[in-house]
Structures are given as structure tokens and as C-alpha cells.
Design a protein around this ligand. Structure first.
Ligand SMILES: Nc1ncnc2c1ncn2[C@@H]1O[C@H](COP(=O)(O)OP(=O)(O)OP(=O)(O)O)[C@@H](O)[C@H]1O
Ligand SMILES: [Mg+2]
Length: 361
């Protein structure tokens, strides 16, 4: 997979960008607040259809007008595709239009046309924060490799909304429990699909993440375990009905499950140091890239935002060696200092300043 060309119009602090990245390692250097993360965010949207960080889509639109556009030429095997994501802000609402080769697509049909694995500092929450980020990590990977997964997630959201609103009505005396039956059935079915995909993925990620982590952190032992909903989910949903009615929400299901991240056998959240946590998260992301490559036969573009800070020299070297092993890589940093000279000699280096990008050297 390769990003051949990227054009941004009024996207965050980029008024006009036209970038042709190199086929292997691309290093973007820039001071704080110049647009490095904004660039990676735009590229990751091509893979995921929405921004992994914006709380409101209107945040993405720059000051030059009520709309923005991301346009890209991407190469997958022998096929080249044009992907365009347009945002138009109208009052409180933002309309998003997605096109592939000029044909309108729904958001859940975009993933798969371009695949990327992204690390950015927010991802440190994968170890430190609550389970939502860990579920999002699995989801963002799986929408790119499992046809039907994005649709299953959309179905799960719909079923939960309907079921939760019925729970509240039943609790308020506006109906009987039999009203839930059809929704329980759908919930169990769609959950089964999601949990099966996550179970397979974690079984595949675990040894790969462990290998990457041991490689970068000479011998430290990383392990991940999937904390899935109960085995007999249909029965569990039945048994938790009283609790669900009391709380007005569905207490069990894939919207609640989690990943346990262990370092040398201890919960990494409280046990691992800052640099060790960062190494663990980067290893998970490299394992994600490996999984996408095995499943699709093609390495995703690796997007690494400010990945080197907090890592000691040895970890930086091992990480860069792992990263530079193949495929297209986009990596940002505030300074060029941490990169070994021979690596920089092989890379395309760019300077990012005030929403403009220029080749360096
Ligand atoms: N919609 C927007 N319109 C204009 N500018 C924006 C918009 N959204 C964000 N910005 C600005 O973009 C700038 C660059 O942000 P970005 O996060 O890409 O910086 P960065 O180069 O990654 O910096 P750091 O090294 O601190 O992480 C910020 O100063 C921010 O205020
Ligand atoms: Mg940044």
C-alpha cells in the first residue's frame, strides 16, 4: 500500500498542500504546532473515513471557508485509486462526502481502499487509559481487514440504542419485557460476529506484539489478553435483564469488553514506566501493521507521530530498524537529532512550518 500524492484544501492549518511522498521512509521535521499531527490525521482519515481524534468534524475545517477537502492518490498492488473526503459546514452540522474514483461511497465502505497503521501520542492511552481506546484500537484495525466488520459495528450501535431506549420505557411501565426479545436476538448475533473477529485478531496480535517489544526492549515480555463478554452470551444477556432494566442500559457485550496489557506478567497500566508503556503501544501498532499485511498480502502505510520521544537511544535504534524494514513509512519529529545518519541518508526528509511542507536537502 502506498500514498502517492496527497492534496489538502483548508484542512486544519493547511490552506493548500500538494505532497508527493517517497515510497519508503518519509521523515517530517517541524517545531511544535506546525502541522505534523494534522498531516498524519488527514492520511489516517483516508483509511478510517473519520478522524481518530477530532471530537467534532467541523474542527477539521480551516479558517479559509466553510469546507475542506482531502484528496489522495493511493496505490494498492497494481491498482491506483483516487480517494476524496469533503467536509461542508452548515450551521451546527457538518456534511461529509466520500468518493473513490469519483463515485460516492458510504463511510463504512471506505476502509480497505487504503490501509494504514497509526501511532500518535494519544495512543499512549492504550495502556494508561480506560477500555474505550483499546476497543477502538481493535476496531480501527479490524475495519481495515474484515469485510463486514464496519457494518457489524454500526449494527451494534443501532441495536444498543434501540435496546437501551426500550429498557428505559419498560422500566417506566410503558411495556413488557417481551418487547426486548427481537433486540436481544439481534444483539447476540451481531456481538457474536464482533467477538469472533476480535478473538482471532488478539490471538494473532499477541505473539507479534511480544516479538516486536522484545526486539525493541531487549527481552522485556509483553503479553495481551482479550477480555471478551461471557462465553454463553445469550444466557448472560437473559440473566442480566434485571440489572439492565434498573440501569436503563445494556451492561454486557462487546461495547464493554477490554484488552489486558501485561508487561513481564504485571498489568502494564500501573507497573510499566513511561518509556516501557510507549514501547508497548508502539509494539501493538507494529503488530497491527503485521496483521494487516498477513491478512491482505500488503503492508499498510505506517504513520508514526512523535514516536521517538521518551525512548532511550537503544530503543530508538531498534525501533527505527524494525520500522524501516519495509513499506512506506511516515514519521514525524520535532528534531532530526534522534535519527541515525545512515537512515536519514536513505529517507525523504521534509520540513513542516506553519502548514507548509518543503523538501529538505
Ligand atoms: N481547524 C483548524 N484551522 C486552523 N488551524 C488549526 C485547526 N485545527 C488545528 N489548527 C492548528 O494547527 C496547528 C498545528 O497542529 P499540529 O497538532 O499538527 O501540530 P504539531 O506539528 O503536531 O505540533 P506538536 O509537535 O506540538 O505535536 C496548531 O497550532 C492548531 O492550533
Ligand atoms: Mg503533534
Amino acid at each position: 500500500m502506498r500514498l502517492r500524492r496527497l492534496q489538502l484544501r483548508n484542512h486544519r492549518n493547511y490552506s493548500q498542500l500538494d505532497l508527493t511522498p517517497g515510497p519508503s521512509l518519509n521523515v517530517f521535521i517541524g517545531a511544535n504546532g506546525q502541522g505534523k499531527t494534522n498531516l498524519l490525521e488527514a492520511v489516517s482519515m483516508l483509511a478510517l473515513s473519520s478522524s481518530p481524534r477530532a471530537r467534532r468534524e467541523s474542527e477539521l475545517v480551516g479558517p479559509a471557508g466553510p469546507g475542506s477537502r482531502i484528496e489522495a492518490e493511493v496505490e494498492s498492488g497494481v491498482t491506483t485509486r483516487e480517494i476524496a473526503i469533503t467536509l461542508a459546514v452548515e450551521g451546527e452540522r457538518t456534511h461529509r462526502t466520500i468518493e473513490v474514483d469519483g463515485v460516492r461511497r458510504r463511510a463504512f465502505d471506505l476502509p480497505g481502499n487504503f490501509r494504514a497503521a497509526l501511532f500518535w501520542p494519544d495512543d499512549l492511552g492504550l495502556v494508561k487509559a480506560g477500555p474505550e481506546l483499546r476497543r477502538r484500537f481493535l476496531n480501527q484495525m479490524l475495519v481495515q481487514v474484515e469485510p463486514g466488520y464496519a457494518r457489524a459495528l454500526a449494527n451494534l450501535r443501532r441495536v444498543l440504542e434501540q435496546r437501551n431506549s426500550l429498557l428505559k420505557r419498560i422500566a417506566a411501565g410503558e411495556g413488557g419485557e417481551d418487547m426486548l426479545e427481537a433486540w436481544n436476538h439481534e444483539l447476540v448475533q451481531v456481538s457474536g460476529e464482533i467477538v469472533a473477529a476480535r478473538t482471532r485478531a488478539v490471538a494473532e496480535l499477541d505473539p507479534e506484539a511480544a516479538r516486536c517489544h522484545a526486539e525493541i526492549a531487549s527481552g522485556e515480555r509483553l503479553e495481551i489478553q482479550y477480555l471478551a463478554p461471557p462465553q454463553n452470551y445469550a444466557e448472560a444477556v437473559h440473566n442480566s435483564l434485571a440489572e439492565d432494566l434498573r440501569r436503563g442500559t445494556t451492561s454486557l457485550g462487546p461495547h464493554r469488553d477490554d484488552l489486558l496489557v501485561l508487561l513481564d506478567g504485571h498489568d502494564a497500566r500501573s507497573y510499566a514506566s513511561q518509556g516501557q508503556q510507549r514501547t508497548a503501544v508502539v509494539s501493538l501498532k507494529l503488530a497491527e501493521a503485521g496483521l494487516i499485511e498477513r491478512r491482505t498480502g500488503e503492508r499498510p502505510v505506517l504513520l508514526l507521530d512523535d514516536v521517538l520521544s521518551e525512548l532511550d537511544g537503544e530503543r530508538r535504534g531498534a525501533l527505527l530498524a524494525e520500522v524501516a524494514a519495509g513499506g512506506q513509512v511516515v514519521i514525524t519529529s520535532v528534531e532530526v537529532g534522534p535519527f541515525p545518519r545512515d537512515l536519514i541518508a536513505k529517507a525523504m526528509v521534509w520540513m513542516v512550518s506553519e502548514g507548509r511542507i518543503t523538501p529538505c536537502g
